[in-house]
Design a protein around this ligand. Sequence first.
Ligand SMILES: O=C(O)C[C@@H](O)[C@H](O)C(=O)CO
Length: 275
Amino acid sequence: MLMMPNLKYQPISETLSSGVQLVQKIDTKNSPLHYVQLKILEMELNSSYEESLAKQEVCIVALTGKITITDFTQTFKKIGTRGSVFEKIPTDSVYISNNQTFKVTAESKAKVLIAYSPSTRQLPTKLIAAKDNTIEYRGKYQNKRLVHNILPDDSPIANSLLVVEVYTDGGNWSSYPPHKHDQDNLPTESLLEETYYHEMDPPQGFVFQRVYTDDRSIDETMTVECGEVVVVPKGYHPVSVPDGYNSYYLNVMAGPTRKWQFHNDPFHEWILDRK
Ligand SMILES: O=C(O)C[C@@H](O)[C@H](O)C(=O)CO
């Protein structure tokens, strides 16, 4: 019998050092993913987190609060723009390439997301300022969403990582109509694994996320609560948001080629053609 992989991760609470809590950790050991890894840290004022990278690049996102990030050559002081992700304004991030050491220091209470992907080609460290995020309004009817592109596939900053924030208001659907990107078959489709870090406003809210493949070897419909992560090793991955609650999620994607070329589920693609 085929075992369905674990796709949903509840928050954890692991003290890494004084004032630094690890609240999410997705890696190749606890998930079915090979290209995407993730850590989320909750940091108290003046606490710090240091890590030496091997063959991985990172994108460090100041989800909330102010932080200083250094790779010990360049330092980006007091970056981060918001007290809550639901202020719906872009934030600052920093890209750091493989084989480097970085340190994050909290200049206020802060929540920090670190996205990882395998990398062996050194690239310059870069600040991805809030003002450099491209903002997109996608969809119509109950399929509207707001997108902040932090590391889109036309950005030359990273080797593999793609990072995007998506806001979906109550009563709407996003990552919809359902699409997938699990075939390394460009220009038709790219292979990108994906993670969803979810928050809801107000925080007692929930969303539904389905992950399914054409052959239904994966077909999971999950109730997802604030702070949880859903991983998408393959398959379609739509999200629906109940009335009264607004949804935020941050997607990290990576795969063998840094191109987001998705394939819509042909049964539901007609949704796009409505007048
Ligand atoms: O447009 C959306 O609804 C967001 C999705 O595209 C999301 O970023 C994703 O599924 C990427 O594959």
